[in-house]
Each structure stands twice: as C-alpha cells, then as structure tokens.
Design a protein around this ligand. Structure first.
Ligand SMILES: Nc1nc2c(ncn2[C@@H]2O[C@H](COP(=O)(O)OP(=O)(O)OP(=O)(O)O)[C@@H](O)[C@H]2O)c(=O)[nH]1
Ligand SMILES: [Mg+2]
Length: 396
C-alpha cells in the first residue's frame, strides 16, 4: 500500500506549496492533536475486554421483537423503518433488511460525509476529516488511509458531491471485502460435517447456531446440535429451544460435565445417525482465562480421535458492537482453535460496521455470515457489494 500513501503525500505536498507556511503549521498541529486523541480512544477500546452483556433466554417460540429500534429510527427517518425490520419480505426484501440492520453504522458515515462535503472541494482538510470519520467508524487506520488516498488520487482539487464520495467508497470497500465474503461450504462426502462455534461470552454463538441450523434444516439437511457449554443449565435450555425450532437433534450432558467428553459422544452419535451437520456449541470464554481456552483445545483434540479432520469449520463469532476489540479476539482464538471463518453478529445494534474492513485488512479470514437481529431469520450471507452499499447508506 506504500504507493498509495506516496500518491497522497505528493498531492498534499503540491497543495502545501500554495498555502502560507504559518497556516500549514497550524493545520498540521491540529491534525496531530486530533490524531493523538483518536489513537487514545482506539487504544482504550482495544484494551477493554468485553464482559458478558446481559443475556436473554428465549422462553417461547415467538420471535423476539426489537422494539427499541422504533423510537431510535424515528429520530432520523420520516418513514416508519421499524416496520421494515419487522417484516423485511413485505417491505423491499432482504437488502432493506440488511440496510436497516446496518442503519447505525451507515447513518454515522452518511451524516459524517454529508457534513464534510457541503459544497466543498476535495482538499487536505476534507481528506483529513474523511480519514478521521472512517477511523471512528472502525474501518481501522490502514483501510481509512488507503481509501482517502485513493479518493485523493482520483478527485483531488475537484468539487465532489457527498453521494459521489459514498459511491466511490462503497466500490472500494466492495473490492476489499470481495475476497473474504464466502458462504459456508460443505463437501458432500463428509458426514457429519462438524462445525465448532467459539467466541467470547455473549457474542452470539448459541443464537448463530440456532439460525444456521434453521437455514440448513430448511434445505433438508439432517442437523444435530451438541450443548458443549456445560457450565450453565440456562445455556443448555436456550440451545434446546433453538434445536426444537429448527427440527434438529439435540445432545446434552449433565450440568458441569466434561465438555470434551460430550463433544466426543456427539461425534459418535452423529456418525451413527448419519447426520449431515453437527454443530458444537461451546461456553463463552474471555481470552485471558487460560483454563477455558485449554478446554477448547481439548474439545478439538478429543474430536480428532474419531474424525481426524474435525472440526471441518471452526467459526468465531464476533460482536460488532465491540469494535476494535474484535481484532484482539481473533488473534487469541486463532492461536487456540485454528479458526477457519468468522460470523459477525449484532451489526444491527452497532455503529461500528466498518470493523469488517479492519478484519479483512488484518486477517483475510472468510466472513461466512452476518447477524442483523435476534430473530431466527436474522442471519444473512455476507455479500461484499450489498454490505458496502448498505454501510454507505446507498440503494442496491
Ligand atoms: N441485535 C442482535 N442481537 C443478537 C445477535 N446475535 C445474538 N444476539 C443476542 O445476543 C445475546 C447473546 O447471544 P448468545 O447467542 O446467547 O451468545 P453466546 O455467545 O452464546 O453467549 P455465551 O454462551 O454466554 O457465551 C442474546 O440476547 C442474543 O439474542 C444479532 O445479530 N443481533
Ligand atoms: Mg451460548
């Protein structure tokens, strides 16, 4: 990416020559101060280890309504977008659903870009403001610098419309994400296909398993779910409800039993019952709890005794609302569990949808799906173009 930075720098140098030295110094001083402030915020977020958010145990088959959205949306939109959230099929399909899910993120970026580009030329000031906005939207410093440099390269010193900027960014974001947007694939020969789901407390492991199980069950696949989060009875009960909803077989052990032993038993049963996909739910673990992380390694070791290639997928769920902390989580879990792909959850509750760009730049791990709500159908396959447009508040 060095050449992009060089293009940007050379353009900035050209313009600097036209500006009195004193002005440059004061602009640069302010820029430096702002950067230090932003850096400090990012650092704090990275250090913060997300504690388990309040959990909801689903008690009935009724989908959970996201009532809070109604009042939040109505602050910004004249039309009643909350209806779209409740019934995407009737109100413009799944892209509208994705757009609604990404509303908080796209609103932050759209409003920011609108503010920056009011009858303005693309100059140093607008470029810096845009770069800061992108960093604050969790795209990460690398992607933010790259995008602004590319914009500078094409449009420097020209008048630009805010929508033009959003279209430009959407295209570049799509180009970055296209390689990591990969749906889960299954080789027919493997039965059962074993999917281990791991992640920090409350990131959406159990909910995601429920949503995935439902999708694949509807496709006619035989599903089994193993409750290897054996610490809490409530966790087992929550998973059992998801299994019933998706017509999946369910396997659980006694409360507090050995999670690895249960995983072994689940693989054995899934084999004998000719199950297509076996999901293994695991207890949430904070990255710094060594014994819990070791337990995860043990689950994998034990499963390999029966099925050397297990797990065929190891999915890490990341809560988008945690922003840059997600980077930390990937680093740790990758070491302990050979993560093969990511599921980004809670994009509907986050203004930090840009985290996907940070993750793509840093790890290049496939993103198989995104969670945009709590309901069973609120898991969407991750499509680069739709996501980029949704993030920039554009129509598909
Ligand atoms: N808004 C929203 N909420 C979600 C999403 N995914 C999960 N949740 C909610 O997040 C909370 C935690 O989800 P769980 O599936 O229990 O998370 P977990 O990782 O299994 O949690 P532990 O087992 O405690 O580690 C629940 O209230 C879910 O309904 C999503 O995409 N959007
Ligand atoms: Mg769970």
């Amino acid at each position: 990416m060095g050449w992009l930075t060089r293009i940007k720098d050379s353009l900035l140098n050209k313009i600097k020559k036209k500006i009195p030295k004193k002005d440059i110094e004061s602009v640069e001083k302010k820029r430096k101060e702002d950067y230090l402030k932003k850096k400090e915020i990012l650092k704090k977020e990275t250090i913060k280890i997300e504690k388990s958010p309040s959990k909801k145990i689903i008690k009935s088959d009724a989908p959970i309504e996201i009532k809070k959205k109604k009042s939040f949306f109505s602050l910004f939109k004249k039309k009643d977008v909350s209806k779209e959230v409740e019934d995407p099929e009737k109100k413009g399909g799944w892209f509208q659903k994705l757009k609604s899910g990404l509303f908080k993120s796209s609103e932050k970026i759209t409003q920011g870009v609108k503010k920056i580009f009011v009858n303005k030329k693309l100059d140093i000031e607008t470029l810096n403001s845009l770069e800061e906005l992108l960093i604050m939207s969790d795209l990460g410093p690398i992607a933010a610098e790259k995008l602004t440099a590319e914009l500078a390269n094409e449009k420097f010193d020209k008048n630009v419309e805010e929508e033009e900027v959003r279209n430009f960014l959407a295209k570049k974001i799509e180009d970055t994400l296209i390689d990591i947007a990969k749906p889960l694939t299954f080789e027919n020969l493997k039965k059962p296909y074993i999917i281990l789901v791991v992640g920090v407390n409350g990131t959406g492991k159990t909910t995601t398993i429920g949503k995935l199980a439902n999708q694949y069950s509807k496709e006619g696949k035989k599903i089994m779910i193993a409750a290897c989060d054996t610490f809490r009875a409530a966790a087992v009960e929550q998973l059992n409800i998801w299994a019933e909803r998706s017509n999946a077989e369910f396997i659980k052990g006694k409360e507090g039993c050995d999670a690895a032993g249960l995983a072994y038993e689940a693989v054995e049963k899934a084999k004998s019952k000719k199950i297509d996909i076996l999901f293994i739910d695991t207890a949430g673990r904070v990255q710094n709890k060594i014994e819990l992380m070791e337990e995860l390694a043990k689950i994998i070791r034990v499963m390999k005794k029966l099925e050397p290639e297990a797990p065929h997928h190891c999915l890490l769920t990341l809560d988008a609302t945690t922003g840059q902390n997600a980077i930390n989580q990937v680093e740790i879990f990758k070491e302990m569990a050979e993560v093969t792909g990511l599921i980004i959850t809670k994009l509907d509750g986050s203004a930090k949808g840009g985290i996907l760009l940070s993750l793509a730049e840093k790890f290049g791990l496939p993103v198989h799906a995104i969670g945009v709500g709590e309901k069973i159908e609120d898991l969407q396959s991750f499509e680069a173009q739709e996501f980029a447009k949704g993030l920039m508040g554009l129509e598909n």
